[in-house]
Ligand binder design. Structure first.
Ligand code: GCB
Length: 599
């Protein structure tokens, strides 16, 4: 037990207090496959305490004796049940108006009672996402730390659980160039436990990960499954994994070798596509553990400058979206995600760019059902510490967590490894390594990034080049765009990953006046006119579906919002440009999936 003197002198004033939390990193290796598993929700009200000076980590608040205040005989600065009752999941910025701009550490605490349901049960805590650095303490003991603000992570609690437990979680959302994103973004830095928190109860041996996909070999009939198992007790039961896809009459077994089982089977699935988002029930069984997932089979590839879905040329009629809501911040709900896709469908989209970080896992599940293609992205945004190996490790870990989370989602066709980073040597190495890591983990998808200039060396590495260009807005002269597109020979498909202009919904005026809806609509018309006949442009995802919070946007029209949304932040009011893009997509869709109008 720490004495008061030790606490104040040694701990509170030590500047190396973070060292003790540097170990026990939680990463993609402990992530447990989640889809359709029964889980015990820990959502609900937690006690919440802000801690701007990190006193809790310095003085080890979780070790504070768990006693009523009238029983205490030494002063205390924190009581786990003395914080504000706060809902989880949520962002503290939108729940507590006084913490709107708060950046720093905050503590969440709640009681968890536990009774095992079967012998040998193993229990994992799963956090859907917490922004950004999360430290977990159970019954006063530090158990581990995760970095990354938008991917899920799991931590095994089994050995530390009692009947009555105190779970304390410290979440820190400070911006830093060692993190991803770095210090400077064009979106709001929400903080907190903002996706589901839950317990998974698993048998001693269980299925850790499952990846099922159509092998992109052009036959459209080779299905592969890779299963990773976690074995606490070997030699007790048969080390066999079974895969069955009843609708395809597939039922096969494979032995577990060094913790893995692999299947390569022939089948004739109806291919998944936006026109026919067919999903197959797949069942994987290993000893006492069973997983069911609904998986679509499709092949995405490039040929020269073409993008091919199931062997047929494809044009991506898209829109970019942020995970941002005026009421919920970055916490979202199934209803809101469905509304977002409904708005994208109304616009005529077959594709959505989920920018600039991994969105809720529900998005890809719903897109699978609806037949919407997705671009999912890592938050390697503008400037981060590209020379720092720890920053790279963090980026690669987030990439692997994202890929493992959404591997079985047919809707996801592109992993984007970043957005608008200047082409330096360190960045080139960093991004090339991420590209290789993505390809190694996932042989069946394309890897892209949103680049800012066409001479970017990274463009030579990527499968698909995203280009963000704002001719008509940051750059008033369209001549540069015309010249660039005419002279560029990318040799691979390009998507206009961003373009657009800002307008305050309801503000009308001459087409020459910035921030009017007319100006914005005109930029869309010009952009469409200039880009539509360029044969290597295989997709278009203007910036952006909804206006979103951005503290760096403070002019009279913006007032804390980036106003490039086709729809205002109320998610209802459409601006004129919505109709312009809708009309373009109507024409393109009528011309068929295949060719651009010029072909
Ligand atoms: C960009 C960025 C995006 C910004 C957008 C803008 O190029 O990728 O994050 O929000 O421009 O509105 O300036």
């Amino acid at each position: 037990m720490i004495t008061i003197n030790e606490k104040i002198v040694t701990h509170i004033h030590s500047e190396s207090y973070l060292q003790q939390y540097a170990m026990a990193r939680i990463d993609h290796q402990s992530l447990v496959f989640r889809t359709n598993r029964p889980a015990e929700s820990l959502n609900g009200y937690w006690y919440f305490t802000v801690d701007p000076y990190d006193t809790g980590l310095r003085a080890n608040w979780p070790q504070e004796r768990d006693q009523a205040y009238w029983q205490k005989d030494t002063p205390w600065d924190y009581g786990w049940d003395e914080g504000d009752l706060t809902p989880v999941p949520s962002c503290w910025n939108t729940v507590h108006p006084e913490y709107y701009y708060y950046e720093g550490s905050a503590w969440y605490a709640r009681r968890v009672s536990y009774r095992p349901q079967r012998p040998g049960e193993r229990v994992f805590l799963r956090i859907g996402a917490a922004n950004y650095d999360t430290k977990i303490f159970l019954n006063g003991v530090y158990l581990g730390r995760h970095q990354g603000g938008s991917t899920p992570f799991c931590l095994e609690l089994t050995a530390h659980l009692k009947e009555d437990n105190l779970l304390q979680i410290c979440v820190n959302n400070e911006r830093s160039i060692q993190r991803l994103p770095g210090r400077n973004t064009d979106w709001f830095n929400y903080g907190g436990l903002y996706r589901d928190v839950e317990l998974l109860r698993l048998p001693p041996n269980f299925i850790q990960q499952v990846a099922i996909y159509l092998v992109p070999d052009g036959s459209f009939s080779t299905i592969k499954a890779e299963v990773e198992v976690n074995q606490a007790m070997q030699g007790v039961a048969e080390e066999i994994v079974t895969l069955s896809i009843p609708e395809l009459n597939i039922s096969v077994k494979s032995p577990v070798i060094e913790g893995r089982a692999e299947f390569t089977v022939e089948g004739q699935p109806e291919l998944w596509s936006p026109e026919n988002p067919k999903l197959y029930q797949c069942v994987i069984t290993y000893q006492e553990d069973t997983i069911q997932d609904r998986v679509g089979f499709r092949q995405i590839e490039t040929r020269g400058t073409e993008l091919l879905l199931n062997g047929k040329p494809l044009f991506l009629r898209g829109i970019s979206v942020h995970e941002d809501d005026w009421e919920l911040g970055k916490a979202t709900t199934e209803e809101r995600i469905r509304q977002m896709f409904a708005d994208a469908l109304e616009l005529g989209c077959n594709y959505v760019r989920l920018a600039h970080y991994p969105h809720s896992e529900l998005a890809a599940q719903i897109a699978d059902e609806l037949g919407i293609l997705l671009w999912e992205e890592l938050p390697v945004y503008w400037t981060v510490d590209f020379a720092n190996p720890e920053t790279y490790q963090d980026a690669e870990n987030q990439l692997l967590e994202l890929i493992k989370r959404d591997f079985n989602r047919a809707s996801v066709i592109i992993w984007s490894i970043g957005n608008e980073n200047a082409d330096t040597e360190d960045r080139f190495q960093f991004m090339s390594n991420l590209f290789r890591a993505a390809k190694k983990q996932d042989p069946a998808r394309l890897v892209a990034a949103a680049c800012i200039v066409e001479q970017d060396r990274l463009a030579q590495v990527l499968d698909v080049i995203g280009i963000n260009e704002y001719y008509g807005w940051y750059n008033p002269d369209y001549a540069g765009l015309v010249k660039l597109l005419k002279e560029w020979r990318p040799g691979k498909p390009v998507v206009i990953s961003e373009t657009g202009a800002g307008a305050l919904a309801g503000y009308h005026g001459p087409v020459t006046e910035m921030f009017t809806e007319e100006y914005m609509a005109r930029v869309y018309q010009q952009q469409i006119e200039i880009t539509r006949n360029i044969d290597y442009i295989r997709g278009f995802s203007p910036w952006i579906l909804y206006d979103f919070r951005s503290p760096r946007r403070q002019n009279r029209f913006q007032q804390g919002y980036n106003r490039k949304g086709l729809i205002a932040e109320d998610k209802r009011t459409r601006k004129l440009a919505f109709g312009v893009l809708q009309e373009y997509y109507r024409r393109r869709a009528a011309e068929g999936l295949s060719r651009s109008p010029a072909d």
